[in-house]
Design a protein around this ligand. Structure first.
Ligand code: AP5
Ligand code: MG
Length: 192
């Protein structure tokens, strides 16, 4: 089971990925977390990307595409991914399809969480006090949302063509969404 979890900043991608990871014994692959680890570990890549992330722009497709291949190529992880925050552009979506094909895998479902801009601002400013993420303030949240609308949202149409897309109302409570997602995953034929 490979799952893509999709949605604007603060939609609940990370929250739902952690739930799915535990319930179905899968692996959350969050490009945001991978990139923040590079910054935290003060790597060369980290020094290149920190100003981009903290301004709410996207890191280049080349950087993230390179970052994920080592995980996808690991046989132990085969067909066990929850892609959280990737793909974020059409180029990345095409790259993911190519990489999965190269390692004999495929996407089974794309979960699209939708939330209003008001909810996003509220959640991100609330999380600021818990996680101290450098990009969690209202000004950068607005920029992240604009980046999503411009570069990432078109990916929805890409997945609509392949019939993999399931829309989920991200305004519901965390547990209501847990239940809805479980129902969608359990309904996939040949799984469980
Ligand atoms: P990334 O880390 O992916 O951030 P994001 O997409 O902006 O999303 P968030 O992590 O902020 O939100 P989320 O949807 O995970 O929500 P969460 O569950 O935390 O990316 C950060 C940056 O890295 C990007 O801006 C970019 O620069 C770079 N980057 C990453 N991937 C990239 C890529 N592929 N290409 C290029 N650049 C890339 O929830 C948010 C809060 O709301 C939490 O406090 C949570 O408890 C709460 N909450 C969640 N669900 C609910 C609910 N249903 N009801 C009430 N509260 C809820
Ligand atoms: Mg996240």
């Amino acid at each position: 089971m490979n799952i893509v979890i999709f949605g604007p900043p603060g939609a609940g991608k990370g929250t739902q990925s952690k739930f799915i990871e535990k319930k179905y014994n899968l692996i959350q692959l969050s490009t945001g977390d991978l990139l923040r680890n590079e910054i935290k570990n003060k790597t060369i890549l980290g020094s290149k990307i920190s100003s981009i992330i903290n301004s709410g722009d996207l890191v280049s497709d080349e950087i993230v595409n390179n970052l994920i291949e080592k995980y996808i190529s690991n046989k132990k992880n085969k067909q066990r991914f929850i892609f959280d925050g990737y793909p974020r552009s059409i180029t990345q979506a095409i790259n993911l399809d190519k990489l999965l094909e190269k390692y004999d895998q495929q996407i089974d479902i794309v979960l699209n969480l939708s939330v209003s801009f008001e909810t996003i601002k509220k959640r991100i400013t609330e999380r600021k006090s818990q996680e101290q993420r450098a990009d969690d303030n209202e000004k950068i949240a607005i920029k992240r949302f604009k980046t999503y609308e411009l570069s990432t949202k078109p990916v929805i149409d890409y997945y609509k063509q392949s019939n993999l897309l399931k829309d989920i109302n991200g305004e519901n409570t965390i547990s209501e969404i847990n239940v809805e997602i479980s129902g969608l995953i359990d309904a996939i034929k040949g799984w469980l």
